[in-house]
Design a protein around this ligand. Structure first.
Ligand SMILES: [Zn+2]
Ligand SMILES: [Zn+2]
Length: 280
């Protein structure tokens, strides 16, 4: 088992929009986990402008280039592109990719909510260019609806997108699904909902890899509080890892998403790396 952790030093050096400076103590905060024999730390490259333009409009890319957070977003997307390629090729088994200023609110031509470039779009485009038409599953457990991800993949039959947000909806020929988790839930109820609404669809869809937008804004006391405890997040990862093990040879990529509590980030991410690195 080889687990890749993709982190650029710049992520810990700025106060990012929405998520703040929650990575201020990284990568030190995950030091013991990074010392595990099967864990490898990668410093990602910036995504190329050419690859961004395969997914986004020239106007969006121009706006991004003129913003102060462009560098952070570029390293985040670059990490996702690199990690996806390494997982699909079999160089690594799974990965935790840190992101700032990039993610699920970035669509073709508009972006908001702290995420100003798509991670999955360029990553899947690049992997398909190198390895052919690949099916991917996206699980989104951030508090908020992944509108940008939905926009980019709505008509892509080879992408399953299951988004746990605030309403129930099925669109895009059945593979684009939203699940209402309710304003106040519990760890157990949420996990049951994932078992009911994501895992069976994953089994049926048979993707090559699972990409997981893991926001912890749903944690008690955070800005998207849905009543979950910090323990919820490593438990969720354990379950998805097992499902990915059964369906797609354990190919599983986690992207950090929303959440501004630094203490929660420092608690969950080292544990998540340990779970990803466990054999079996
Ligand atoms: Zn969110
Ligand atoms: Zn949704």
């Amino acid at each position: 088992m080889t687990t890749g952790v993709f982190f650029n030093e710049i992520f810990s050096q700025k106060d990012w929009i929405i998520i703040g400076n929650k990575f201020q103590n990284f990568p030190q905060a995950m030091e013991p986990a990074l010392k595990l024999a099967s864990v490898k730390l990668f410093a990602p490259q910036k995504v190329s402008e050419e690859l961004l333009l395969k997914v986004h409009s020239p106007r969006l890319v121009q706006d991004l280039k003129e913003s102060w957070y462009c560098e952070g977003a570029s390293y985040s997307v670059g990490g996702c592109v690199e990690a996806t390629e390494k997982i699909v090729s079999g160089e690594i088994d799974n990965a935790l990719v840190f992101t700032v200023a990039a993610g699920h609110h970035a669509g073709h031509n508009s972006a908001w909510g702290g995420t100003y470039a798509s991670c999955a779009g360029p990553a899947f485009f690049n992997a398909r260019q190198k390895f052919g038409e690949i099916r991917f599953a996206i699980l989104d457990t951030d508090c908020h609806h992944g509108d940008g991800t939905r926009d980019i993949f709505l008509n892509d039959d080879n992408v399953l997108h299951v988004c746990f947000c605030g309403w129930n909806q099925v669109e895009g020929g059945g593979n684009k699904v939203c699940v209402d988790v309710g304003w106040k839930t519990t760890d157990e109820d949420y996990l049951n909902l994932v078992r009911q609404e994501f895992t069976p669809r994953l089994r049926e869809f048979q993707p090559r890899m699972v990409l997981h937008n893991l926001g912890h804004d749903t944690c008690q006391g955070d800005y998207g509080d849905r009543g979950l405890t910090p323990e919820f997040f490593p438990r969720l990862v354990g379950e998805i890892k097992q499902a990915a093990g059964e369906v797609c040879g354990g190919k599983y990529l986690i992207l950090t998403h929303g959440g501004s509590r630094a203490d929660v980030a420092e608690y969950i991410f080292p544990r998540i790396i340990e779970i990803l690195a466990e054999e079996g």
